[in-house]
Structure formats: C-alpha cells, structure tokens
Design a protein around this ligand. Sequence first.
Ligand code: PRX
Length: 574
Amino acid sequence: MSSFTNERIAPTSASPNMKNYEQARGHFRWEEVESEFTWHETGKINMAYEAIDRHAESSRRDKIALYYSDGQREEAYTFGQIKSSSNRFGNVLRQLGIGKGDRVFIFMPRSPELYFALLGIIKVGAIAGPLFEAFMETAVKDRLEDSQAVAIVTSPSQLPRIPVQDLPHLKHVILVGHDLRLEQGQVDFHQAMESASEELDLDWMDREDGLILHYTSGSTGKPKGVLHVHDAMVQHYYTGKIVLDLKEDDVYWCTADPGWVTGTSYGVFAPWLNGATNVIRGGRFKPADWYATLQKYGVTVWYSAPTAFRMLMGAGDELVSGFDLSKLRHVLSVGEPLNPEVVRWGLNVFKQRIHDTWWMTETGGQLICNYPGMAIKPGSMGKPIPGVDAAILDDEGRILEPYCMGNLAIKTAWPSMMRRIWNNPSKYEEYFRFKGWYVSGDSAFRDEDGYFWFQGRVDDVINTAGERVGPFEVESKLVEHPAVAEAGVIGKPDPMRGEVIKAFIALRDGYTASEELKEQIVRFVKTGLSAHAAPREIEFKDKLPKTRSGKIMRRVLKAWELNLPTGDMSTIED
Ligand code: PRX
C-alpha cells in the first residue's frame, strides 16, 4: 500500500515520442497507431513478422537484435539471423504437422533458442505457451492439460517434470540439449534445426487469432489460461514507443522471465516491434552481475521490478558506484508497488527517475504509467496513457470521486486486452461485471490530478517479489502432503519481497508439529509445484477457520497474522 504525498519529480526533458499522442488525448484513435504496420494493406498480420522479419527485410537486417549472456554463453544475433533461425523452427513444427491454433509450450531456462522457438511457433500460427522454468510437475501438468498442448520445447534438465504419460494429447517433446538419447516422441532441436530450411512462408493471421497463452493465478481454482491475440501488437508497439520511449539507437533490457507476461510483451514484442536492440540475461539475480550487464551493453532503457530495485538498494551504493552506467537514460518498474524511497534512491544513484507502470497478465500491456515527459509523484502508478480510460468504481459499478478507495477499472477495450480465459468463459465474464468496464481486482484511488494510487488486491491473490501466486494452487499442493489435513495460505507483508507466502496448517491425527516437519512440507511444495510458490513460513493450528460450507477463511487468517479485528464471523463453522 502506498501512502499519498504531493511530492513531484519533474521530467528533465520533453519526450518527442509522447508529445503527439499527448496532444491527441481526447481524440485518440488506435487506427493511427496501426497505420505504421505493413498489414494495413492486406488486413492479415503476424506478430513475428512485424517484430523480426520486417526489420530483417530493411536496412536493420544486420543490426544487433539480441545480446544474450548468462555467465557461460555470450552471443549476439542480428535481425537477419533471428529471422532465419525462427524460420527454421517454424519448418521444424510444420514437419511435425503443427500449425494454426495448436498450443505449443516452452519450458526451459532463458537462452537464444527459447526466443527462436517462440517466434517460430508464432510464425506457423500456433499459440505459444511459455512456462516459468522453475515450475515443477504439478504446475506443468495442470497447464499442459488445460490447454491440451500438442508439443513442448524443453531442456533435458526440465524433462523429468513433464508427466508425458499422463498427457495423451502431448505428441512431441522437442529437446534443446547436446548428446541426447532420444525416446519415442522426442525431437532433437539442434539436429532438426540444422536440416530445416531457413526459408518459410509464414502463416498470415487474422487480427483476432490466438498468439500466446499465459497462465496466471486467481484466488480460487487452478491457474487460468489468459489468451492474447496478434492484434496486441498495436499496444505493444505503441507503449514501446511512448512508455519505454524506444528509439533507433536504444539498447534495452527487460529483466523479466518470458514465463511471465512482462517477459514476452516487453521482453520480446515491444522492443522488437520498435526495432530496438534487446538484451537478455539468463542465470540468477546477483547485484554485481546486473550492474555489469548494464555497463557492458551500454543499456539505455531498463525495465525491472520493485523487488529487484530493493535488492540492489540493499546491496549498497558503493557497489553501484564502481560501474559506469552513464548510458542509462530511462528506467521503468512493474509488478508491485514501487516504494517512494526506491524512487528517491534511483534519483540518487542512477540520476534517473524510476517510472512505475501498472498493468496485468490479463491486460497484455501497460495501461496506467508514469511516462516520459510527465511529472512523477513517488508512490503513484501514474496516469492512464492516451487511448486508455481508467476509473475507481464502487461495488455497484458507480464512478467514485477522487481520494475514494474502490475497484480499479479500465474502460473497454484496448488492443492487448485478453480475448478469452482458456476453457473458462464464466471466469472471463467476471472481469466485465460492470458493463463497459474491465474490473482489475486491484483497489486504488485517484487524486485530483488524475494520478492513480495502488492500495492492494481486492481478492486473496498473493504478490511475492512481483510474481503472482494463487493461494488455492499452494493449498492444493499442501493437502497432498500426508501430514496435512487442512491448509490456508495468505500473503504476509515483507519489506523486501512485498509479500511472502505464509501457510496455516492443521495436521492429520498421528502427526506432531516440529521444525523438521515444517521443512519437509516446504520442500514438498518446492519440488512438487515451484520454489516461488513455496511457503516461507508455516504455522500449525489445531483447526482452521472455515465457513459452514467448508471454505477456509483466508480473511480471518490474515487478520490473525496482522493482529487485526477478524470482522464478520457470522458465517464461520462453529
Ligand atoms: O496487483 C497488481 C500488481 O500485479 C498484479 C498483476 O500481476 P501479473 O498479472 O502477474 O502482472 C504483473 C506484470 C504486468 C496487479 O493486479 N501490480 C502490477 N503492477 C503494479 C502492481 N501493483 C502496484 N503497482 C504496480 N505498478
């Protein structure tokens, strides 16, 4: 939660990219943005064509599109080379009979091959499903099952976490590795790429055809598959231009993993649609390595997250002073509330304002932002970008006055808006319960200057280190442990990670609470679901508060944790 201040940090220079659109506020038309794409002539589009091939066929052919490093590999690829490699992968898929509308997942650590695969999937009209590399078997299985994926691109180290035998529709496993011993249904990525042609007639798509499926968490049920379509490119291109402020000479680094929406919308599409040089860093977070990456590539535009900034801040100012970051000219943040003290720290050490941006997996692209050329109020997410209307609504859908806390909602629609929740139309409808509005699930207020201030989630979704975790998914895993009778999971405020996951657990008869059992249960979630979804804290209780219909009342658990009044308990069990 951010508290209101009226502090303002003025921009140091005007933004020519933004100026025209800002002037157009009020009579903004998305069509004007669209006119910059080649597909205007035929009405048919392909995201991978506009992001890569269009540049490869222009004077940008030999421009570096991708710098990749992870401590072991260090490589650079031009737009021309990425065009060829993604063409090859498109041909590999076609040879397997994969095409339009098929779901093809990617489950591997960051590497250039991951990006070639992603673009190749898109080129043949298939729908890409990127999975966070740290997912374990249950998380992988749920997503592949729900989407009925026909193929997955993965690495030998991830392979044991894909329960192929339980996924009858999964026909092909494409392995990125060396010296492979292939089993039935497996394909050697490198070998297949080598024998594939680098010429490809890509599939021309309709604007509303599926592009990418990102699974994300709600407070109830299994993760939801959020479907985005090729039309999203309009938003990605536009926000890349006006919010990321990308220009011809920029070297851009988005630190997010492509398993999450930031890592695709702004780690792949927005920078390449704008023809920028994109830096991808694999490997783990280490402050010195991150600063070295900024210095080495002369990063000019940098998009990261509050948790990372807080960890860098924690690593001390002396560390950063050892690096030359003078090329850096624009810094942005997303995923969780950006603390005013982090903004002040950024001004001090980078001599840069950190621009907070707000959006969600479901919205596909940035909507409320601190963009170049506007004054920043530290602690505020900024203002709706031109073309976007936002409001705070009460629980009946009425627009609230400034400073009233309520539901953050966006007027429909915008190009990168999700088009579907896979297999779950009723879930999709829930977002649009007030006619003409998309209801975000966040609570916020607006001030009289039109700046929005994040206050929290309306539901029980946990945001730990900028990653969204659904309590239900964690609880479901916890109760699979033989010692666990019941489990309730909440987000507990944490200065570094925003929130950490805390589990309240009632044990089965015959089990006694111990530190050892706690550790065992944590390990069980880590190895079964995902490290980032494992509880950092466990508290054993004799009984958990439940409604009469048997639902665990997370609200009460949270109140216990925060020493707050538990509120209305009339629906509790006994
Ligand atoms: O609660 C908001 C928080 O992250 C949620 C969306 O998470 P996800 O779909 O994983 O997408 C993250 C990156 C786009 C939101 O409902 N959130 C996102 N940005 C901000 C934020 N909370 C506060 N300030 C932000 N700038």
